[in-house]
Every structure is written in C-alpha cells, then in structure tokens.
Design a protein around this ligand. Structure first.
Ligand code: NAP
Ligand code: HSE
Length: 435
C-alpha cells in the first residue's frame, strides 16, 4: 500500500473546514484517482475551542501554523488563513524552505509575494499550487498553465469576484441596498475577512495579476493593475443601465495592446444580451482569447467553502500524484517584466452620469466640452429629479451621456472642463462600456 500524503491544514474557516469535511467524505475517491491516500495529520487555527462542525480527533493541533509547517510529520502544507503577510507568508515560506509542497487559496499573498515564493519553491524542489486563489471552483489556473500551454494568449478577462457579482445581481434584480447584500455575502462565507478587498476591487486585481502572469509569461505585478471598485455604483446607475440595454459587472481585463499589457479592474456596462451579462450571483466567468484555440469561457461558482475546497482538493491530488510544474507555467527566473499600458490610452465607450444644475445653457455647454475633444455622443438621457407631487422640479437633474469609443485621456479632460464650468452639483459618475 502506498504511504499516504500527510497534509497539515493551516486555517479552519469557511474553506479549511469544508476541505477537512470533504476529505473525510470523498478522500477514498481522491486516493483512487491520484493513486495515493491523503491524510490530514495536523491542523492550525487561532481558537482551539471553536466548534467547526468537523471531526478533528486523532489530528495534531498547532496554535502556531509555522510550527506545523516545520513539523517532521507534515509533508505538504495547505494554507487557508488569508492575508498577504504575517502568519500566512511565514507558514508558506517555512514549508517551501523545507522542501515541502504548498497548496494555497491566498491570492493576496501571491499577488504580493508570488514571484519570490515561486522562486523559493523551485530552489528547494517543492510544488506551489493555487487553483483556489482565482475564481473559486473554476479550474482557471490549470486551464491557463497546462491546457493552453501551446497557445499565445491575447486577452484574459472576466468576473473574478463572487461577492461583487452577488451584490450587483441582488441590487439590480431585487432592488436591495448595498449594505444588506454585502452582509448576506459575508454570512454565506463569500467575502474576504476585510470586505474592502472585495468591494474595492483589490481582490479582483490580485486574481487578475495572477492570471496575467500565466497568460503573458510575466512576473506578477499587482501594482500595474488599474483598480476601481463597486462602492460608487448607485441604484440609479443600475436602473439607467437596464433602461439603456446594459448590465453592470465588475470586470477584470488583462490584454495585449499596442502600448503594452493593459490590466484593469472596474465596473463595466456590458450589453444585456451578452454571455457575460447572464453570469449572476456568486458565479464567476473567465474568458480567454488565445491563438490557435480562439475564445473559451469557463463559468462556475466563484466563492464559498465547498466550491473553493474543490479546487484545493484538485491541487492536493496533483501533489499526491507527484506532478511537478513551475507555478506560473515557466521557471520563475524566466518570467519577464510587465510592459504596462498606460490607462490614459485605454479606448472604449463611456457611460457618464452628471448631476446637472437646472440652468439655461448647461446641457449645451456639456455637449460643447465633449465636442471640443472629438467625443461623439451616442445618446443623452435626462431624468426628472425626485420631487413632491404637483411641485415644480428643483435641484440638480440627472443627465446620462453614452459616448462612442474615445480615450480615457479625452473623457477625463472633458469631465474636468465640465466641472470647471460649474454646471454640475457633484463629481461625475463614469462607467466604461465593453460591447
Ligand atoms: P476564514 O473563514 O476567515 O478562515 C480563516 C481561518 O484562518 C480561520 O480558521 C482562522 O482561525 C485561521 N487563522 C487566521 N489567522 C491565523 C493565525 N495567525 N494562526 C492560525 N490560524 C489563523 O477565511 P476563508 O474564507 O476560509 O478564506 C481562507 C483563504 O482562502 C483566504 O486566503 C481567502 O482569500 C481564500 N479564499 C476564500 C474563498 C471563500 O469563498 N471564502 C474563496 C477562494 C479563496 P479561527 O477560526 O480560529 O479564527
Ligand atoms: N472573496 C472572494 C470572492 C472569495 O468573493 O470572490 C473567492 O476568491
């Protein structure tokens, strides 16, 4: 009988507890498929007394995950604590330095230290696997690293954060307020320990930086990602998007352009009839455009204990099988520096919502500022401001402009001029359009 792979699990929260439960339930099937049993021999979390609904009898407990990583009884470390630094980094480094393979779901850690960790793993002959770090249960990493190894990737894009897609979906379909839906996402185990990472777009940026490395053979460079989150999306924007035939999604996009590699995360208006617009709730989608395969799109659950643990199990299975691959598809020393395309050169259509003061000439002046910069308007929609029945409208009027393709530099310059003219009551809302 083959000796079991002895794993130590650091972190027994949403993902860690699901992993231990699934290994107890499906461990035999995994052993059958990868030709070697997998046994949890050690665990670590902060609070030993907490009931996690899992059976930990016969498993060694460590208060300190770094001590667990160094334990002679642990062969492979599964890091499910989270955080870019601190114990997560120390634990992963201790394991890799000792030549022990690591499985992690921690995209924040990889976005910040992924290059150094991959180099360390290669030095000691350890494997670093992280399928669960991007798009939860979707096998996006394996697809990019292995299945598309013979392709040249031009673009990788998608909905990479379950929490944000869940929030936008329920705000749009049920008219619920942002805070209430975020609280539900936290209760369901979708959100990060600090949900600012989700709603601020940073979690999507971490995942996009990892995908970009795999796509373009570049070192991870999370600082090169332009990031906007969803906190500024108002119910009025969702209603206007619906009326104009769009849906708002938080997209991450990394693509080769004439000016370098563009990496951007921002709320995006997508046509309601497009495939990406149909991706609702906690579901994620990763779309890859590559030569010679063409475009392929993977859709599935992007967050949650079981979906994420499914990806962790796949990584553990690969380690039990003895599969050895460079973390980002090519050796860490061969990863190139990212040639970053400036966001100001981005080209596309824009949705602009202005809160216009009700004065003669205001609308004409806004149109002039756009025309001066060769920005063509596809449509202009003016809404009545909220008012008491029978009373004359007063206060600012919402005006929405949809532009044809222009550059980020031109639109920013035009909006600066509109603000300087003093016709608007608050900073403009700007949402990019992907058609
Ligand atoms: P979580 O529910 O907050 O669980 C974190 C676990 O880590 C807890 O068990 C906690 O212990 C333990 N922990 C934290 N600091 C520790 C320390 N210093 N020493 C020992 N244990 C420590 O987090 P999660 O949602 O499972 O996420 C875990 C990781 O997976 C994160 O990197 C996250 O980004 C990633 N991820 C999560 C999802 C998801 O849907 N939740 C999906 C993909 C990836 P206590 O329980 O005792 O407090
Ligand atoms: N907080 C993350 C999300 C977890 O909502 O997508 C999965 O990475």
């Amino acid at each position: 009988m083959t000796e079991p792979l002895r794993i130590g699990v650091a972190g027994l929260g949403t993902v860690g507890a699901s992993l231990v439960r699934l290994l107890a339930q499906n461990g035999n099937a995994l052993a059958h498929r990868c030709g070697r049993p997998v046994r949890v021999v050690a665990v670590s979390a902060r609070d030993k007394s907490r009931d996690r609904g899992i059976d930990l009898s016969g498993i060694e407990w460590f208060d300190d995950p770094v001590a667990m990583a160094k334990s002679a009884n642990v062969e492979c470390v599964v890091e499910l604590m989270g955080g870019a630094d601190g114990k997560a980094k120390d634990t992963v480094e201790a394991a890799l330095a000792a030549g022990k393979s690591v499985v992690t779901a921690n995209k924040a850690l990889l976005a910040k230290h992924g290059n150094a960790l991959a180099a360390l793993a290669e030095t000691t002959g350890a494997q670093l696997n992280f399928e669960a770090a991007v798009a939860g249960g979707i096998p996006a990493i394996k697809t990019m690293r292995e299945s598309l190894a013979g392709n040249r990737v031009e673009r990788v894009a998608g909905i990479l954060n379950g929490t944000c897609n869940y929030i936008l979906s329920r705000m749009e379909l049920e008219g619920l307020p942002f805070e209430a839906v975020l609280a539900d996402a936290q209760r369901l185990g979708y959100a990060e320990a600090d949900p600012t990472f989700d709603v601020g777009g940073f979690d999507t940026a971490h995942k996009l930086a990892i995908l970009a490395s795999l796509a373009f053979g570049t070192a991870i460079d999370a600082d090169a990602v332009y990031v906007e989150g969803i906190a500024s999306i108002a119910p009025l924007d969702l209603r206007m998007a619906d009326e104009l035939g769009y849906r708002i999604k938080l997209l991450g996009v990394a693509e080769r352009t004439a000016t370098g590699i563009e990496q951007r995360v921002h709320p995006t208006m997508v046509p309601k009839t497009s495939a990406i617009a149909q991706v609702m709730g906690v579901t994620n989608a990763v779309s890859i455009l590559a030569e010679p395969v063409g475009e392929l799109t993977l859709v599935g659950p992007g967050a949650g204990g079981n979906a994420t643990a499914s990806s962790v199990l796949s990584d553990i299975g690969d380690i039990a099988r003895g599969t050895r691959l460079p973390a980002y598809g090519v050796a860490a020393r061969d990863l190139e520096a990212t040639e970053q395309a400036p966001m100001q050169r981005h080209e596309g259509g824009y949705y602009i919502r202005l809160s216009v003061l009700d004065r003669p000439g205001a609308a004409a002046s806004i149109a002039t500022r756009m025309a001066e910069r060769q920005i063509s308007l596809e449509s202009i929609v003016q809404r009545k401001p909220p008012q008491a029945t029978g009373q004359k409208a007063s206060g600012p009027v919402p005006v929405v402009l949809i532009t044809y393709a222009t550059t980020e530099a031109a639109i920013r310059d035009a909006l600066d001029a509109v603000m300087a003219d003093g016709h608007i009551a608050e900073p403009p809302q700007l949402i990019r359009i992907e058609r």
